[in-house]
Design a protein around this ligand. Structure first.
Ligand SMILES: NC(=O)c1ccc[n+]([C@@H]2O[C@H](COP(=O)([O-])OP(=O)(O)OC[C@H]3O[C@@H](n4cnc5c(N)ncnc54)[C@H](OP(=O)(O)O)[C@@H]3O)[C@@H](O)[C@H]2O)c1
Length: 322
C-alpha cells in the first residue's frame, strides 16, 4: 500500500508518500480501504517526535479515517465486507489500508458523504466522552469551549447547543467568531481583545469548560468556573505546567480533569464509539450537527495539511483524500 512516512522528525516536509507492506487484520480487527483521513494537532506533534504512538499502534500517522471494509479478522461478526464506515484509530490513518479494532468502527451517519465522514470520529469521540460522559453537561447549563473555530471547537459548539446548553467560546478573530455564532455559540470572545474570565464571571460562571490550552489558561479557567463547575483539559497548546489554586477550586466545589483518547483500553474506546453512534449520529442525520470541513487535499499533500494546521489558518477539519 501507499502511506505517508516521516523521514526523521521535524518540519512538515519530513512527510512523504512511500510504499509499505499491507497491514493484516488481527483477531477482532477489520481491514479498511481508506477513502479519506484528517489532520489532527496530535499528528503534528507525532511528526515532531513529541507524541509517539502507544505500544502496538502503527507508526504511520493518522487518528481517524473513513472507507470501506475489505477484510475481516477472526471473530469479527458486527461488520461485513463492503460496509462503508468511519473509524477512530490509534494510528495508521494516512494510508491506503488500515487495520482497526472492530469496536472503533462506526457507520457513516446518514446525510454525510464517505469523504466528509473522515472528519467526524476524533471530534465526536473527544467531545462526547469529555463533555458529556465525563463532565456531564446538561441542558440549561453554561458551556465554554476554547478554540471554537478548530476541529474540536466547531463540533463541540454544535453538539452542546443541540443538546440544550448555552455555549460560550473563544477564538482569535472576528471572522472565526462569526462562524462560531452560525454554529450555535451564543457568546463569542475574541481572546486577543477580551478576557474570557471576566465575560464568564459576569455571566455567572461556566458549568463545564473544554480546554485546549492547558497551562496558560489553567488559572483563568478555574476563575471562570461556576459553583460545582467541571474543567476538562484535553490540549496543551499553552504548555504543560500551570498553577492550580486549590482554595478557589475547593470553594467552588469544582473539578479539574485532564484526559487523552488515544492510549485508552480498547473496551473504553469501543464504549465511547457506541455512545457516539447512539447519541450523536442521530443529531448528525437530522442535520443539527454537521461536519465542518475547511478543505480537503490529496494524501500526498499531508505536509501542506500540517502546515495549514500549524498556522491556524483553518476553520473546522482538514481532510486528506486517498
Ligand atoms: N486529549 C484528547 O483526547 C484530544 C483529542 C483531540 C484533540 N485534542 C486536542 O484538542 C485541541 C484542539 O484540537 P483540534 O483538532 O480542534 O485543533 P485545531 O483545529 O487546530 O484547533 C485549535 C484551535 O485553537 C485556537 N487557539 C489558538 N490559540 C488559542 C488561545 N490562546 N485561546 C483560544 N483558542 C486558541 C486556534 O485558532 P485561533 O487562535 O485562530 O482561534 C484553533 O482554532 C488540540 O490541542 C488537540 O491536541 C485532544
Amino acid at each position: 500500500m501507499r502511506a505517508i512516512v516521516a523521514d526523521g522528525t521535524g518540519a512538515p516536509d519530513v512527510l512523504s508518500l512511500a510504499e509499505l507492506p499491507d497491514p493484516e487484520p488481527a483477531a477482532g480487527e477489520v481491514l479498511v480501504k481508506v477513502a479519506a483521513t484528517a489532520v489532527n494537532r496530535a499528528d503534528t506533534l507525532q511528526r515532531q517526535g513529541l507524541y509517539p504512538p502507544p505500544p502496538g499502534a502503527s507508526d504511520v500517522i493518522g487518528l481517524e479515517c473513513s472507507g470501506t471494509v475489505v477484510a475481516l479478522g477472526e471473530g469479527v461478526q458486527d461488520w461485513q465486507v463492503g460496509d462503508e464506515v468511519c473509524a477512530l484509530l490509534a494510528g495508521g490513518g494516512y494510508a491506503e489500508l488500515v487495520a482497526v479494532p472492530s469496536g472503533q468502527l462506526m457507520p457513516v451517519p446518514e446525510g454525510v458523504s464517505l469523504t466528509e465522514a473522515a472528519g467526524l470520529p476524533e471530534v465526536a469521540a473527544t467531545v462526547w466522552s469529555n463533555v458529556f460522559m465525563l463532565a456531564g453537561l446538561k441542558a440549561g447549563e453554561r458551556f465554554l469551549v476554547h478554540g471554537g473555530a478548530g476541529g474540536i471547537g466547531t463540533f463541540a459548539i454544535q453538539l452542546a447547543s443541540a443538546l440544550g446548553a448555552e455555549v460560550f467560546t473563544t477564538a482569535g478573530s472576528p471572522e472565526k467568531l462569526a462562524v462560531c455564532a452560525d454554529l450555535g455559540a451564543t457568546r463569542g470572545i475574541n481572546y486577543r481583545e477580551e478576557s474570557f474570565v471576566e465575560v464568564l464571571k459576569d455571566a455567572g460562571g461556566a458549568d463545564v469548560i473544554l480546554d485546549n490550552m492547558g497551562a496558560s489558561y489553567l488559572s483563568g479557567n478555574v476563575k471562570a468556573l461556576a459553583t460545582a463547575g467541571r474543567l476538562v483539559v484535553i490540549g496543551m497548546q499553552g504548555g504543560v505546567k500551570g498553577e492550580l489554586n486549590l482554595g478557589m477550586l475547593l470553594n467552588k466545589r469544582g473539578a479539574v480533569h485532564a484526559t487523552s483518547l488515544r492510549g485508552r483500553p480498547l473496551e473504553e474506546k469501543a464504549a465511547i464509539c457506541a455512545g457516539v453512534v447512539e447519541h450523536v449520529w442521530p443529531l448528525v442525520a437530522a442535520g443539527r450537527v454537521r461536519p465542518v470541513i475547511h478543505t480537503s487535499m490529496p494524501l500526498a499533500q499531508a505536509s501542506a495539511g500540517h502546515r495549514l494546521m500549524e498556522e491556524s489558518g483553518h476553520v473546522g477539519k482538514i481532510l486528506l483524500t486517498v
